[in-house]
Design a binder for this molecule. Sequence first.
Ligand code: FAD
Ligand code: SIN
Length: 536
Amino acid sequence: MGNQHKVINSNTMNTDIIIIGSGAAGLTAALNLAPHYKVLVLAKGGLSDGSTAWAQGGIAAVLEDGDSFNSHIDDTMVAGAGLNNRAAVEKVVEHAPEAIARLAALGVPFNAEADHLHLTREGGHSHRRIVHVDDATGWAVQQALVKAAEAHPNITLITDMVAIDLITGRHCEPYSGESHVWGVYAFNRKTNRVDALTARVTILATGGAGRTYLFSTAPRGATGDGIAMAWRAGCRVSNMEMNQFHPTCLYNLEVKNFLITEAVRGEGGILKLPTNGHRFMPDFDDRAELAPRDIVARAIDHEIKRLGLDYVHLDISHKSAAFIKEHFPNIYARLLDLGIDITKEPIPVVPAQHYTCGGVVIDLDGRTDLPGLYAVGEVSQSGLHGANRLASNSLLECFVFGEAAAQHIRANWDRLPAPPKIHAWDESRVTDSDEEVIVKHNWSEIRRFMWDYVGIVRTTKRLERASHRVELLRREVADYYGNFRVTPDLIELRNLIEVADLIVRSALARKESRGLHYTLDYPDMLTEARDTVLMP
Ligand code: FAD
Ligand code: SIN
């Protein structure tokens, strides 16, 4: 019954390499592969709809004499509470200066002073080492990558194409039990049909799963599609309980997910109680506002719950208006539009989900468990972030792993077989949905219970409650998926419930508090740091 991967009513297309995702990770891989192969890049909406375009603070790199790779490595491991894979950390940190040089060569207009790049500071970093383009770094990076990709004759960019499931041996003719990945089935919003796209190699670069939570700084499309697709196809996923909450998302009843960059604290912003102006962070950590994010987010959550507040204040108004406008022109203008003049008054802020530290398990070449499938960027778990990502390390991970995966593919191209004959998508046994309300309702229900029960501070009881709800919704969504024609919302809902399940199961499996996973039932950290690995 239901949506099957068989004959009828669908387009097929074959190419050398398919990259699912047009953010920093996907386009970096594409630009590295395009001189040698035909590359198809898919985006489920517009090319710049992912998190990359929304990044504010910048990209971490050791570029100054007083700084060192060891210091960046140590800061990353301290933030990650020792759960990081040191080899991955070293790889990313040591390749950072080259990655920045390549972006500059592509035309990213990094802020500079005299003969060197301006470096800002963010929490958890013991040096100024964040290169940036004002307070809208991601937008500048995304535009430079898109421009280069559009100009390359070997890269085809396809928007409005929602990947549904990876194509493996069971979708081949004749059927095979092989787990090799040969491409993807994707819903084409322009034709309302499902296309079968095949290739020798598929790269997942689909970003994170922030929208599993009610409040998130991530864009609407961050529904964990790549993690869910890889899991269904047979990949391991790990550390899914490690969801990063950014301490300072704007509290505003109209605008629900506007980030206030950590660089505001890096440049002197102070967190205060709105009731009496008390600067509370020194009560929690010697590093005060510049402690790693998990600590700052928990402190804010604690104060909000203790005093029954809606938000706390982030205040940078003690700096000169010229300084604020120069460093944060976009935040200044956006908040002024909302009636807040940050040169004169504090900003109301709350924590919100921000980054998915867990994901599809990859090795140092971006390889997943399945032949023919790579994963890069936020969709993956490379070992870089451990239990808590250090600020501005994730764009960097996209550039370093995007390139590493491309290099590995090039080195092994001759050993990669061409795809066999693939079944087209069959929707002969499904009908159009008669109750779209179910999809909408279940979307909100998942995000609400994940926020309430699987948030910044957890307990086993709350996680078990979440687990029961996941079970009920899983059945309902599976039934719906089995009977009705796919739509983009249904595809995302199916992935959201899959990812919610992975997060809850991982959180229940970790019997300690470490980094982003904090539970009142196991408040201590165990001596040995171990990944939570879920087997398909
Ligand atoms: P994304 O940029 O999210 O791209 C995902 C791509 O996958 C999109 O093209 C999307 O269309 C596509 N896609 C997803 N699902 C499907 C599907 N089913 N079918 C087809 N296509 C699909 N990190 C830093 O290092 N520095 C910062 O300053 C910083 N600031 C941030 C600010 C905000 C507000 C947010 C939300 C994040 C920030 N981050 C920052 C994190 C960083 O932006 C992301 O981790 C990074 O951009 C992820 O890049 P990516 O290429 O993996 O995915
Ligand atoms: C920020 O600008 O605060 C976000 C930086 C990041 O997520 O790395």
